[in-house]
Design a protein around this ligand. Sequence first.
Ligand SMILES: Cc1cc2nc3c(=O)[nH]c(=O)nc-3n(C[C@H](O)[C@H](O)[C@H](O)COP(=O)(O)OP(=O)(O)OC[C@H]3O[C@@H](n4cnc5c(N)ncnc54)[C@H](O)[C@@H]3O)c2cc1C
Ligand code: SF4
Length: 496
Amino acid sequence: MADPKGFLTTPREEWPRRPVEERVRDWNEVYVPGALLPIVSAQADRCMDCGVPFCHQACPLGNLIPEWNDLVSREDWRAAAERLHATNNFPEFTGRLCPAPCEAGCVLAINQPAVTIKNVECAIADRAWEEGFAPPAPPERLSGRTVAVIGSGPAGLAAAQQLTRAGHTVAVYERSDRIGGLMRYGIPEFKMEKRHLERRVEQMRAEGTKFRTSAAVGRDVDATELRARYDAVVIATGATAWRELAVPGRELAGIHQAMEYLPLANRVCEGDLESSPLSAAGRHVVIVGGGDTGADCLGTAVREGAASVTQLDIYARPGSERDEDAEPWPTYPRLYRLSAAHEEAGELRTAPAADADARLFAASTLRFTGDGGGRVCALHLVEVDAGRRTVPGTERVLPADLVLLALGFSGPDRGDGLVDRLGVELSPRGTVARDAGFATNVPGVFAAGDAARGQSLIVWAIAEGRAVAAAVDRYLTDAPSRLPAPIAPDDRPMRV
Ligand SMILES: Cc1cc2nc3c(=O)[nH]c(=O)nc-3n(C[C@H](O)[C@H](O)[C@H](O)COP(=O)(O)OP(=O)(O)OC[C@H]3O[C@@H](n4cnc5c(N)ncnc54)[C@H](O)[C@@H]3O)c2cc1C
Ligand code: SF4
């Protein structure tokens, strides 16, 4: 740290977001371009270079946070980029999308605002691309061994990059028409512009990774043939089987899953569609589900020109301060957080919604009613207490002609038949079962990411990809791997 008193003299300052009126008129990222670099070195200088850096422990990737904070405070961007890429293949993704468990664990957060670790990470990653500090790193020698990675989300991409760099010949099979998993179709452009994804895919191509799109293994590509053709297979197919809401009226038109709605908005941004067939334009939108997927629906509906919007959360409104008894530092606390999307609802919030950010807490959906023509027109809800018991006399009705269900995911989608054709066993939770070495019950077949861990986060998916690559490398070479393995399959995240 250049200034040992930085944390005493410099207040926390985050990358500023563009004014709401401006950003809701486009799909670009919400941040002010170019506004991070001038503030970030002083922010990195707030780091105390702790003897026991809890930030490092809180990060599934084991990011060397105090080291790169120091390098950024001294403006040594090349060395910072090298330290960052030593543990994270895709820091521009996590620098934009991670909920930053590292910041919840930062020692400074005990009694003052944490170091802006995520912003520092993003600044290093972006600077690395600008300055050419992240060139392709093809292997010096090929091993002659082949690997098929099924799924091109962050887990599959991280596994493929690690294995390619280790000298194996890797092909990524993706059922969608573009690479990226939920980062491509799911996460909206305003959270991460897809040009970041394109740039990494180009880097991986230059290193030798092959990509096969529109290739659903189990449907378009025979799974057993694939297993026979490659020396090892990694299943990284995500956990996209969505949860349902079994209440009366669910069958009405106008009620959709978030993941039916969000990818269409992504396709508009990609230029595939002029407008989304499920566009929220002019509609009264109610989003059922209080998580990040629901917030992504909110920001998308606002940009599409919704008439009104409400997001329902079954949990009570959390407090703004950490509850030291229930969630002591360094755990990740459940706090009232205002995401960029929540700042944007403003006048669009449905009149009876309680909060200015369009969220209605402790709300449970009872039923939907239709307009007589088979289309939803209203959502009936009731307040619930902490034990999810309904509070008598609190029933109310919201106008709703577009309802989006964002209730989470239960496990891998089995529609393609991949799991059954390969004969891999599932865990009692419905995820792909694997042992302590990331191996499934089928010899040579490994599993990583949400498909095996269950619905999680990008940072965990990248950590899984890196760890499964080390396991596959060991299997292929029958020798200890030089690839790092940041996590074990049963490591549990801090609740985020
Ligand atoms: C709307 C939404 C927003 C999110 N926002 C965030 C966020 O802001 N921050 C964060 O950290 N996490 C976020 N998440 C969670 C995060 O995206 C996931 O945890 C992460 O993408 C999981 O990575 P993965 O590689 O395991 O799977 P995925 O990203 O789901 O990728 C799996 C890929 O496998 C492909 N596939 C599936 N079956 C087959 C088959 N048979 N053959 C070939 N390909 C196949 C799929 O098409 C997909 O491309 C969000 C999730 C959603 C749904
Ligand atoms: S815990 Fe916070 S202050 Fe300590 S090393 Fe990590 S980022 Fe710096």
